[in-house]
Design a protein around this ligand. Sequence first.
Ligand SMILES: Nc1nc2c(ncn2[C@@H]2O[C@H](COP(=O)(O)OP(=O)(O)OP(=O)(O)O)[C@@H](O)[C@H]2O)c(=O)[nH]1
Ligand SMILES: [Mg+2]
Ligand SMILES: [Zn+2]
Length: 351
Amino acid sequence: MINLDIYGWNDKLDQLKQQSTPKSLHHGRIAVVHRTCYDVISENGLLHCELTGNMVFGRPDYELPCVGDWVIFQTFEENRGIIVDILPRERTLYRKKSGTISDKQAIASYVDKAFIVQSLDDNFNVRRAERFIAQILEENINAALILNKADIIFDRSKIEEQIKHIACKIPVFFTSIHDRQTIILLRNSIVEGETVVFVGSSGVGKSSLVNALCEEPLLRTSDISISTGKGRHTSTRREMVLMKNSGILIDTPGVREFGLAINDADSLAAILDISDLAKSCRFKDCEHTGEPDCAVLKAVDNGILDPDVYESYLKLQREAWHFSATEHERRKREKSFSKIVTQVKKNKGIS
Ligand SMILES: Nc1nc2c(ncn2[C@@H]2O[C@H](COP(=O)(O)OP(=O)(O)OP(=O)(O)O)[C@@H](O)[C@H]2O)c(=O)[nH]1
Ligand SMILES: [Mg+2]
Ligand SMILES: [Zn+2]
């Protein structure tokens, strides 16, 4: 019998289950998402589960089970089951579904920490890191930036300069799977019972880091060395593994783009260190795009706020707004917004 507490099961979840579920049904956590079926870890071990027709056709895609979800199922053979319900989600990491305006996709649920992994070659991109952070913090998940492949040559002071506005908000780790000490430091940041999801581009070493942390080759990694090229989407599914006496790690396939799926663009200011400045703007609802006595624009002028960070703020804010706005609002505002951004950039000499 498996004690599901080590997978994060707790009294609160137990109460939720009691309230809504007949005693004959079981509970478990989604460990692997396949195309149409799921591996579910339960008290009786790993089960292969499918969804009831009601679930498949009665819910939008983003409400179908994702890795980390706690589900209720009925067994019908020794190691097979049918998922009939999902317990209410908490701390779910979403992203905008590629190719849509406002559809979202659930990446992982019941997440305590998200590790944004970038490698210290040309994958490193502070703007992309900000995008991940915005989405992660929106869900009340703790974020950390993992700069991997620290064994290759890179300019550490230049990188530190670029991420200083991030490093004062979230932990940053320089790691290498070839340097045990860096892996131990990362491991020490994970508390027992905590769920950690790894996100980032393909080939940055997410699966390699999971393996290094677990000290076992649990996940397939790219065999392409960094000298010959980047990884090529080696991981194809979201998968949860247990780190002995520690946390629960969720590996995800590399993403080409990570669109924001947030409704509240206000949180962006706090993340990008703009909210303190914004308190001094003349208008409470200042959008920092040309209003008189705008402290944010003044800070860009005086060199206090990096114009690149400011531009990133505008872009992310616009994207978040787009995601949450109705079709009508979108059309109405789009034209004026583009004009403002172009004007501000022109005034500030941002290319
Ligand atoms: N030099 C160096 N290479 C690394 C490090 N970590 C991973 N790699 C290599 O980078 C390549 C890609 O690693 P993966 O772990 O497959 O990358 P991934 O992020 O899981 O990629 P996807 O599954 O495609 O999203 C492999 O050849 C690894 O051996 C590191 O710290 N240093
Ligand atoms: Mg991988
Ligand atoms: Zn302002």
